[in-house]
Design a protein around this ligand. Structure first.
Ligand SMILES: *Cc1c(COP(=O)(O)O)cnc(C)c1O
Length: 459
């Protein structure tokens, strides 16, 4: 098969084609995501409830279900220009390798030092914290990409950055930790002895390798007990999906430039931010009845919130200090098996994506670890990029869809989000190469035990 280059390998936008506003998909949703509930009052949270925890402007964005376009402030736009627009790449070599009639594109978000899409929201959150005159922010990080992105953003705006890092990652991923410290952040393994909730969790589960839910509780506690600090979160929240809409807006602008209409849009889903951002403008068209797309979320079989979770109110964090959200959840006590490669570990899912999935606007599927790494390796060998394990869930699903096209002869156009690079995930790659990786899948009984502990809130 000879490569047809009528579409360039990489479609870049010019600076004047970059989006000047984020798109808020909630504005076009008939069924809005259910409101967050204040566990103290049992009522929907108000701005006043959230302001001790989050920056004021971000609270506004979190609660805004109606404004479709929110202008990107000049300082954030200027930062974006350092590493955006990110390329939309035609995966000609992968297509050829698979011998598929499908056309495959990926939006590559790994081209910045943090190595992932997370910088898109980190810079926005740091900007609003600075604008509010805060001293610093606290956060949690799982695999370390969010902490890395946030430490870069904080150093740009000269803000203090305190990161609680899930212990298993802190131990397995020392390199990310050192990138964070290079950018001036302080990094604490979670659970830690530095917070009440950390001490409590350590007492109840000695030897635990931690979870995102637990690290969130610690970071929130650290923020509300330190003057001039607020808490920031790298995924799940509405505001994060809003900021990540730059991914989708750029993707759509690049496709429109060459008159390309995707049939299938695929993204990996941890808390839902890259997927929510990638699909935003396409979902908008779908919600408004202007176009139709198949949209597929891919999650790990070991942490299957959309595919096997319950759509119910649950706590956002293990310590139950955060508001409750109605989402697909595995229960806030769910701790993924420690052998899980340390990615996409969150027990819940964005309330926006949860509602859209519940209403039938998107599909979800799972992939087991070893299949994900097989896909990662296959991709690395032909497309040159060493993908993040998280991103490789999307690669796996894109390859599967392309192979289906090979069987049926359909020339579908597939777009997927390549959210980051895997240079700091080589311990996981090593396990895969040594045959030490197993495909743990939680049993129904295990999940039922977590579901039984869900809070009893009608929504
Ligand atoms: C954090 C991360 C994800 C998953 O988070 P979402 O909020 O679901 O997007 C995916 N890929 C990479 C590279 C990440 O760093």
């Amino acid at each position: 098969m000879s490569i047809n280059k009528e579409i360039p390998y990489k479609i870049y936008l010019n600076e004047d084609e970059m989006p000047r506003a984020w798109y808020n998909v909630r504005a076009d949703m008939k069924n809005k995501p259910a409101p967050l509930i204040n566990p103290g009052t049992g009522k929907p949270v108000t701005a006043a409830d959230l302001e001790p925890v989050f920056c004021s402007e971000l609270v506004k964005q979190e609660l805004d279900n109606d404004t479709a376009f929110i202008p990107i402030p000049e300082d954030i736009f200027n930062f974006y220009r350092m590493y955006r627009p990110s390329p939309l790449v035609r995966a000609y070599c992968l297509e050829e390798k698979l011998q598929t009639p499908a056309k495959i594109y990926y939006k590559f978000e790994g081209n910045n030092t943090s190595g992932s899409h997370k910088l898109n929201s980190a810079i926005a959150q740091a900007y609003y914290a600075k604008k509010q005159g805060l001293k610093g922010v606290t956060t949690e990080t799982g695999a370390g990409q969010w902490g890395t992105a946030l430490s870069m953003a904080c150093s740009y705006f000269d803000l203090d950055c305190r990161v609680y890092m899930v212990k298993v990652s802190y131990e397995q991923k020392p390199f990310r930790r050192e990138v964070m410290r290079t950018y001036g952040a302080s990094v604490t393994p979670s659970p830690s002895e530095t917070t009440n909730i950390g001490r409590k969790i350590l007492q109840e589960h000695p030897g635990t390798t931690g979870s995102l839910g637990c690290a969130i509780s610690e970071a929130v506690e650290a923020a509300v007990s330190s003057e001039g600090y607020r808490y920031v979160l790298g995924s799940v929240l509405n505001q994060v999906l809003l900021h990540q809409s730059v991914i989708g807006l750029e993707t759509k602008a690049a496709l429109d430039k060459y008159d390309i209409k995707p049939d299938i849009i695929i993204g990996c889903a941890g808390g839902g931010s890259n997927l929510g951002g990638l699909i935003a403008p396409f979902m908008g068209e779908k919600l408004r009845g202007e176009a139709d797309y198949r949209i597929i979320a891919v999650e790990p079989a070991s942490c299957p919130s959309l595919t096997r979770g319950k759509f119910a109110y649950d706590f956002a964090d293990t310590g139950k200090v955060c508001p409750m959200a109605k989402m697909y959840t595995l229960g806030c006590d769910f701790i993924p098996a420690p052998n899980h490669a340390g990615c996409l570990r969150y027990h819940g899912m964005s309330t926006i994506l949860s509602q859209l999935y519940h209403d039938g606007y998107m599909e979800a599927t799972t992939a087991v670890q070893t299949d994900v790494f097989k896909a990662a390796e296959q991709f690395a060998r032909v497309e040159g990029i060493l993908p993040a394990p998280e991103s490789s869930h999307a690669i796996k699903a894109a390859i599967d869809e392309a192979l289906k096209c090979k069987e049926t002869g359909e020339e579908k156009t597939i777009v997927f989000g390549l959210t980051g690079t895997g240079y700091f995930d080589l311990v996981a790659y090593e396990k895969f190469h040594n045959g030490e990786m197993d495909d743990y899948i939680p049993s129904d009984e295990e999940l039922e035990a977590y579901f039984a502990k869900l809070p009893n809130v009608e929504g």
